[in-house]
Design a binder for this molecule. Structure first.
Ligand code: FDA
Length: 391
């Protein structure tokens, strides 16, 4: 058995960062992954350009059973620290919207940067290793299909359940549970929502239509694009709000957030009495959506022949369209896993298990989930760094 100071399991965003930091401190670090290539999720992220952090990252934009847990790690290694690292590596980037920072070139540059940092820190990266057993006596013993290793510290960084076809597993959750840590309820987050047949009759023909809207669940609202799909709704506003959605609860959409739809319809009736309702509606909604709403909610007459009452009803509907999703598109389409290793068992400063000295859990495996827009990578960097500082 080869002995090292630290074994990090999972060469994704959080694992590479934890390994890098521990290596920089002079620790002998072994970074193991079952995949043949490190950082596969980074490569597909942000449409291949990796939305690597958010310039406006604040702890309030993370979900967890303990909303304060992420605060400490996010403060120890901030988005500004990561941006400085990206600049040092000469990687060009831009802000797309809402503080979201993307590479100008390719996500490969971020993986190359992390690999270069790990290499400089002396990290021994080994891919294609399947872990077969983990035990602990005076040290951690990690058995793999390609040999065994012992370590004083073990960092679990194998991510969550999203995108199983890329090799995502509940491995970190299982190992954490074996060491006595609890795992909270898990569910897909940042995921398209599906709808029952009746709502789908309207949505399916609108597949591909997108518009700026406000999606709201309770007191949480996101103003971004909503996209109709053949299974329901997607687009950034829906992905964001999906993380707050609970089975059986309704979602409210404001399809015209910058205007008063009732006033627009009544003004349209006065200004264009001979126009069809769908034509008037299409002045402020995408044409296909205008046609569908007019067909469903107004009589097939010209505006002058439609009473004010149905126009007001449609106006109210466009302002607050209440629809109840039947579910989500699941882990196959989810960007993240909500829930994870219960933060109650972890130190918020170091991510070390309170009752298992030397065991750390970082990244998506922990019950901390960020908003869409670079927040989840920032959590991976920050939590990886916090663990790497002491592992
Ligand atoms: P991650 O999943 O990255 O890494 C886990 C590593 O562990 C992998 O290398 C895996 O192979 C390995 N592993 C798993 N099981 C193992 C086992 N049993 N043994 C050994 N190794 C094992 N976020 C963001 O902030 N900006 C963005 O642009 C995007 N875009 C995006 C697009 C898509 C399509 C998805 C699915 C997700 C995103 N995300 C994102 C979310 C982001 O990818 C995610 O939050 C981080 O990758 C989580 O980093 P981790 O290192 O925790 O896990």
């Amino acid at each position: 058995m080869t002995h090292v100071d630290v074994v990090v399991l999972g060469a994704g965003a959080a694992g590479m960062f934890a390994a890098m930091r521990a290596g920089q401190r002079g620790r002998r670090v072994l970074l193991l992954d079952h995949a043949e290539e490190p950082g596969k999720k980074i490569l597909i992220s942000g449409g291949g350009r990796c939305n690597f952090t958010n310039a406006d990252c604040v702890p309030e934009r993370f979900l967890s059973a303990n909303p304060h847990f992420a605060r400490s790690a996010l403060a120890r290694y901030t988005q500004h620290d990561f941006i400085a690292l990206v600049r040092r590596h000469g990687i060009a980037f831009h802000e797309k919207t809402l503080g979201q920072l993307f590479c100008d070139g390719s996500a490969r540059q971020i993986v190359a940067m992390l690999l270069a940092e790990c290499h400089a820190a002396g990290v021994d990266l080994r891919v294609g290793h399947r872990v077969t057993d983990i035990t602990r006596d005076d040290r951690f013993r990690i058995a793999t299909d390609r040999g065994g290793f012992t370590a004083d510290s073990l960092v679990l960084a194998t991510g969550g359940l999203s995108i199983p076809k890329m090799g995502a597993t509940g491995f970190a959750h299982d190992v954490a549970q074996r060491f006595g840590l609890a795992v909270t309820v898990l569910r897909p987050g940042l995921v398209p929502l599906t709808f029952p047949d009746k709502a789908l009759e309207l949505m399916r023909p609108l597949s591909g239509v997108a518009l700026p809207a406000v999606a709201r669940i309770g007191r949480t609202a996101f103003r971004e694009a909503v996209l109709f799909t053949h299974r329901g709704l997607s687009g950034p506003a829906i992905l964001q709000v999906s993380s707050y959605w609970q089975e059986g609860t309704a979602l409210t959409l404001d399809l015209l957030p910058d205007a008063d739809p009732t006033a627009l319809l009544l003004a349209g009736k006065r200004a264009r009495p001979r126009a069809e309702a769908k034509t008037v509606l299409a002045e402020f909604l995408p044409t296909r959506l205008a046609q569908a709403f007019a067909a469903l909610h107004l009589p097939p007459r010209v505006m002058a022949e439609i009473g004010d009452a149905p126009l007001k009803t449609l106006g109210a509907l466009l302002r607050a369209w209440q629809i109840t999703p039947s579910g989500t598109e699941g882990y196959a389409k989810a960007e993240v896993t909500l829930g994870g290793v219960d933060t109650a068992g972890l130190s918020s400063q170091t991510l070390m298990a309170k009752d298992v000295p030397g065991l750390f859990v970082v990244g998506e495996a922990v019950d901390v989930t960020g908003w869409l827009g670079g927040y989840n990578f920032q959590w991976a960097w920050s939590s990886g760094w916090a663990a790497g500082e002491v592992a």
